[in-house]
Design a protein around this ligand. Structure first.
Ligand code: SAM
Length: 273
């Protein structure tokens, strides 16, 4: 038996290890890593994806939190000079440490589902250093990431991620591909940070603020939900119909609202973390 069977999957680390060779190959084909590239794998686990990623000839940094997995990863890959193991919490990891200042990092991971949203927000802070990201996530989260305006999936996550990235829902993966199988369906998503933002806001923190406030009560009209932030006149000045509900607005309209907020209350963004 290989080392794989010596490690018991831990729920608190969100451990669902991939074992379906077909799914692993499909993920690796989607990433299509090449020699000379710089990959960063979050949560390598027992190395299901790591082996194929290293096989591409790319430089690979992995970030793993579970101390028990460190000797397993070291035994499998430690001899490879292109492999570098970083033990720690990806949520606190300073990705700029790995960067050469170019938009070069290719981030990948079958993410622990309990931290996937905060981790994506953390990575977006380093969007300028990232070429692309490929993640396995809960299918429901991928649907929200890739959603367009007008439906129930369109919300804070879709808008803030699409502000920074192009989003592609690549394919779905059933629970049977993992050990132990999760209770939910999963999907692979590709996020490609925009080289130039299609709808730049004067202050992205105010975009975050206006979006959060708008979707706090998604069934109400914008005039009502944004009462505490923007007057009816300011909403109108943004070219937005205040009688619409937040899910009917596209990203560009939210950016215009954020810019109104910046114009009327320049320090407002500083209050958000
Ligand atoms: N990549 C492996 C695979 O596909 O089989 C493992 C995927 S498993 C869903 C998630 C991995 O992320 C586990 O190895 C877990 O220990 C690790 N992990 C959990 N929380 C983490 C964190 N905050 N930072 C880095 N790794 C974490």
């Amino acid at each position: 038996m290989t080392e794989q069977y010596q490690h018991r999957a831990r729920k608190r680390f969100g451990q669902n290890f991939l074992h379906d060779a077909g799914v692993i190959h499909r993920i690796l084909r989607s990433i299509a890593a090449k020699a000379g590239e710089h990959l960063v794998e979050i949560g390598p686990g027992q190395g299901a994806l790591t082996e194929g990623l290293l096989g591409s000839g790319a430089q690979l940094d992995v970030i793993e939190l579970d101390l028990d997995l460190i000797p397993i990863l070291t035994a499998k890959f430690g001899d490879n000079p292109r492999f570098r193991l970083n033990q720690g919490d990806a949520l606190k990891f300073d990705f700029s440490r790995l960067s050469d200042g170019q938009r070069s990092l290719r981030v990948v991971g079958n993410l622990p589902y309990n931290i996937s949203t905060p981790l994506i927000f953390h990575l977006l802070e380093h969007a300028a250093l990232i070429r692309d990201m490929h993640f396995m996530l809960q299918k429901e989260v991928v649907e929200r990431l890739a959603a367009g305006p007008g439906g129930g999936d369109w919300g804070r996550l879709s808008i803030m991620v699409q502000y920074f990235c192009r989003v592609e829902h690549l394919f779905n993966v059933g629970p049977g591909a993992f050990n132990p199988p999760p209770k939910v369906d999963s999907a692979i998503v590709r996020l490609v940070p925009h080289a130039q933002l299609p709808h730049p806001a004067q202050d992205p923190r105010q975009l975050e603020r206006v979006v959060r406030e708008a979707f706090n009560q998604r069934r109400k009209t914008l005039r009502n939900t944004l009462k505490g932030l923007l007057s009816a006149e300011a909403i109108e000045a943004a070219g937005v119909d205040g009688s619409l509900r937040p899910e009917q607005l596209d990203l560009a309209a939210f950016v215009r609202l954020a810019d109104q907020l910046a114009a009327h209350n320049p320090s407002a963004g500083e209050q958000t973390p």
